[in-house]
Ligand binder design. Structure first.
Ligand code: OAD
Length: 235
């Protein structure tokens, strides 16, 4: 008899750090090198689409060069072995969770590997550079594709399903996120209000660290497989 029927896991940039992708707010992180107001808002894209495309083209190319790490694989293993439900909500726009084998996965901040047409609304798989002149494979119009990324000021994807998952969860695990961007930063409080146990696995205490009943600090590739192994043993 499993201890937890519904496990919800929130991940952030810290889970992909040891694969070689930069986090946002650590020393040397992405928002230290770039100004997010120039790159990650709808206004920035309207002002200078070439610059925004270039930023995401670089990041798309980086993701191609890296592989999932032991933490991504541990979460896929948990989904496979656990007797109850396991859902992963990721703030990450890389594809490392799915490449490791996670299937019940929500990309709440979008995906680098997709482009959305602002004319027809179609979301296309996009693995190479996206340019201002790129043509939408769905409506054949050029100039209207944008990265399928949630920018600041936009509403994250899957919010309704996420709320349903949080209201039903009995274990909430937050991994590799600073807890500084809402609504994701508020998920721990919601899960706690619904009676879930809350666990933080991070390099250091996050902004919301007081809301977690259990915390393990260290590298994701070490603490995530260890914690997952304890959950699988309890099944
Ligand atoms: P942050 O860069 O804000 O936080 C990364 C967290 O991961 C920090 O708390 C680090 O201590 C931790 N960390 C770093 N290396 C780690 C490791 N090897 N193992 C475990 N933890 C590690 O990234 P997010 O919280 O994901 O949004 O940022 C949230 C959102 O802000 C992103 O999705 C992005 C960004 O602006 C958009 O672009 C819309």
């Amino acid at each position: 008899m499993t201890l937890y029927k519904n496990i919800v896991i929130l991940t952030g940039a810290g889970i992909s750090a040891e694969s070689g992708l930069d986090t946002f707010r650590d020393k040397g992180g992405i928002w230290e090198k770039y100004d997010l107001m120039d790159l990650a808002t709808p206004e920035a894209f309207a002002r200078n689409p070439e610059l925004v495309h270039e930023f995401y083209n670089i990041r798309r190319a980086e993701v191609k060069k890296v592989d999932p790490n032991a933490a991504h694989y541990a979460l896929a293993r948990l989904e496979e072995k656990h007797q109850g439900n396991v859902a992963v909500i990721t703030q990450n726009v890389d594809s490392l969770h799915e490449r490791a084998g996670s299937r019940n996965l929500m990309h709440m901040h979008g995906e680098l590997n997709k482009a959305r047409c602002m004319t027809c609304g179609h979301v296309n798989i996009w693995l190479d550079d996206l340019l201002r002149t790129s043509i939408c494979p769905s409506c054949n119009k050029s100039g209207n594709l944008r990265p399928h990324i949630v920018w600041f000021g936009e509403i994250p994807f899957h919010i309704e399903e996420i709320n349903d998952r949080l209201s039903a969860c009995d274990l909430f695990i937050s991994i590799g996120t600073s807890g500084s961007v809402y609504p994701a930063a508020g998920f721990v409080q919601a899960a706690q209000n619904f009676g879930a146990e809350t666990v933080e696995l991070n390099l250091e205490p996050s902004d919301g660290t007081n809301l977690f009943s259990i915390a393990h600090y260290g590298k994701a590739t070490e603490i995530v497989p260890e914690y997952v192994a304890t959950l699988i043993r309890q099944d």
